[in-house]
Design a protein around this ligand. Structure first.
Ligand SMILES: NC(=O)c1ccc[n+]([C@@H]2O[C@H](COP(=O)([O-])OP(=O)(O)OC[C@H]3O[C@@H](n4cnc5c(N)ncnc54)[C@H](OP(=O)(O)O)[C@@H]3O)[C@@H](O)[C@H]2O)c1
Length: 371
């Protein structure tokens, strides 16, 4: 008999709180596994979708199950699956909101989740589920930015780390979840990393391997970073955080090397969307933001592209990270599950609370709910 399942549902586009209700248990399809979920982590995507409704992922039909980051135990394997067996401990990127996959069974905030095996990695016994759950969307977004050919196109990471390429990557926003993963991936791929964060997180990003860190709030940060890149060859930049893209373009514009920027953060803050005449004003703000980045990029000879953190699902980067790199790197300790988890509660009923805390801001922390 199939186990009973429950999920935290977003009922409508009208910014309603999540509601925990029974959900269908779906058997895994070919190339999928079903896990009993033991820990989930929150991402800005979850509270942004809850806040802006159909302005994002408008193809997903209500009621929606949010959630990308899950860790748990395999309870069933689909046809053709050889990498996993029942009882394995795994971490995975739940991709149920991705346009091509669009399925509630593949979404994260529920007790039983189906995962695509090429977006899933085994976790060693010494890493608890609540620690592993911090990884997926941050890692996937960083991997899309660094390794996809339409983004920075860097060489892939390995464990032990690849031989030095002699190039340096700029990670603006190194203490974010995406940034902390980008630092580690870049180093494993053979690149030096220079980053930005608040001074309280300088030690954190250096422990991850960044060679130097700069305060993104300093009035001289662009000049300071431009100086830090003198004598270096850049591999490009990933911009994370409000205002990051413009600053990165200024810096890359005076660097030797690859003038390519991957942007994680929209040029407009989706949490500050206008309340009246919404569509025309949002359209105008978004287009003018993108246009000003494009013009600045042209002037500085910098090519820039927005990242969609789930595109690796459908190209060679997904398996390269989740099948080849991550299981080995977690097992040998060369890759850390980071930022640190802060467990804010137990049970699906606590997921809304985690989103409410996350929306107020976190610093080098990932909010986790155990299940
Ligand atoms: N495009 C995509 O597919 C995709 C996917 C995932 C995330 N994102 C976006 O990427 C960004 C980060 O997401 P996340 O989950 O990694 O965030 P997060 O960990 O929740 O972000 C918290 C961190 O943001 C840092 N921060 C705040 N403002 C900043 C700024 N202006 N410049 C640099 N750092 C800043 C803070 O650093 P300090 O405490 O050190 O000050 C803090 O550590 C968000 O904008 C998110 O929407 C995009």
């Amino acid at each position: 008999m199939a186990p009973s399942n429950r999920a935290a549902y977003l009922i409508s586009a009208k910014k309603s709180p999540l509601e925990v209700k029974s959900a269908v248990y779906t058997k895994p399809g070919p190339g999928q596994i079903t896990i009993k979920n033991h820990a989930v982590a929150t991402n800005p995507l979850d509270f942004i979708k809850q806040t802006v409704g159909d302005l994002l992922y408008d193809w997903v039909k209500y009621p929606i199950i949010l959630g990308s980051d899950v860790a748990g135990e395999v309870v069933e394997v689909g046809k053709g699956v050889t990498r996993f067996k029942v009882g394995d401990r795994v971490v995975g990127h739940a991709v149920g909101m991705a346009k091509k996959h669009n399925s509630p069974a593949l979404c994260g905030f529920q007790e039983y989740v189906n995962l695509l095996t090429h977006m899933t990695s085994a976790i060693p016994n010494e890493i608890p589920y609540e620690m592993a759950a911090v990884v997926p969307l941050g890692l996937s977004t960083a991997a899309c930015a660094l390794f996809q050919k339409d983004q920075l196109g860097l060489q892939l990471p390995s464990s032990p780390a690849a031989k030095s390429t002699g190039k340096t990557l700029l990670v603006w926003g190194g203490s974010t979840s995406v940034g902390a993963n980008a630092i580690q991936l870049a180093i494993a791929a053979g690149y030096d990393v220079i980053t930005t964060c608040s001074p309280r997180n300088f030690d954190f990003v250096k422990r991850l391997g960044a060679i130097s860190a700069f305060d993104y709030n300093s009035p001289t940060v662009v000049q300071d970073l431009t100086k830090a890149f003198q004598g270096r060859t850049t591999a490009g930049a990933i911009s994370i955080g409000n205002g990051a893209a413009e600053a990165c373009i200024s810096i890359l514009g005076s660097c030797k090397g690859d003038r390519v920027l991957a942007m994680a953060t929209y040029p407009m803050d989706p949490m500050k969307m206008p309340k009246h005449f919404v569509m025309p004003r949002i359209g105008f703000t978004y287009l003018s933001g993108m246009a000003s980045i494009w013009i600045k990029g042209k002037r500085n000879g910098v090519r820039s592209q927005f990242i969609f953190g789930d595109t690796l699902v459908d190209n060679e980067v997904g398996p390269a990270i989740y099948e080849t790199f991550l299981p080995k790197a977690l097992a040998d300790g060369s890759f850390r599950a980071t930022p640190e988890p802060e467990v804010v509660g137990h049970g699906l009923e606590k997921v809304q609370y985690a989103l409410d805390v996350h929306i107020k801001g976190v610093s080098a922390k990932k909010l986790v709910v155990t299940l």
